[in-house]
Design a protein around this ligand. Structure first.
Ligand code: SF4
Length: 212
């Protein structure tokens, strides 16, 4: 068995474990675990915050209106949901869609770390402020971080953008900015830049601490 099929197999085993996970208190209130969906060899991976009500019921990330917008924006750069991988930082829904708590992130982050390591995407697109701040280990807001690629973990580029739900609330201006970010992703996948913004050593170390 080759390295790629090995990693696909290990991802499946990870999913099997996650689906019955009780490592944090969210196990008591979730309907089902939302592990992630898509191509286990995807070049592009999306990371959102946590499942919402529809996702909790259906077991799939980014369904409903926000998911439709994500599919539309992907379609505009010539891609389909089946070609990418979509996951959240937390695999279970926080009650009432409250923000994830630090202890929940600590309990759950190993799943996301392994998903990223096994899928090994070239580009990771964070959806929304929460996932962006966590993965870039920064307090800087999404508005200042989006619109450009960031050197990230394991040689991947990270492109932050808004959460599709924010675009649904924010109208054409936010959707237009998301469109620009998706176009940037397309260009990165077509022709990775030779000269990228240097990663600050302390930022890289912090990311390794988060995911190492
Ligand atoms: S949120 Fe993560 S750590 Fe908590 S029960 Fe769900 S899968 Fe396990």
């Amino acid at each position: 068995m080759g390295v790629v099929s090995d990693s696909v197999q290990i991802l499946e085993e990870l999913k099997t474990r996650a689906l019955v996970c009780t490592q944090c208190a969210l196990a008591e209130t979730r309907t089902q675990v939302v592990f992630g969906v898509g191509d286990p060899r995807a070049r592009l991976m999306f990371v959102g915050e946590a499942p919402g009500q529809n996702e909790d019921l259906q077991g799939e990330p980014f369904v409903g209106a926000a998911g439709k917008l994500l599919d539309t924006l992907l379609g505009e750069i010539g891609m389909q949901r089946s070609e990418v991988y979509i996951a959240n930082v937390l695999k279970c829904r926080p009650p009432g869609n409250r923000d994830p708590r630090p202890d929940e992130i600590e309990s759950c982050k190993g799943y996301l770390r392994e998903q990223i390591r096994l899928i090994s995407p070239e580009v990771v697109m964070t959806l929304g402020n929460f996932a962006t701040k966590l993965l870039l280990n920064t307090e800087t807001g999404i508005t200042r971080l989006r619109g450009r690629p960031h050197n990230w973990w394991l040689g991947a580029m990270l492109v932050p953008t808004f959460h599709p739900a924010a675009a649904l609330r924010g109208g054409d201006r936010v959707t237009g900015q998301m469109r620009e970010d998706f176009a940037l992703v397309r260009s990165l996948l077509e022709a990775p830049p030779q000269v990228a913004e240097p990663t600050e050593p302390d930022l890289e170390a912090a990311q390794m601490e988060l995911f190492g």
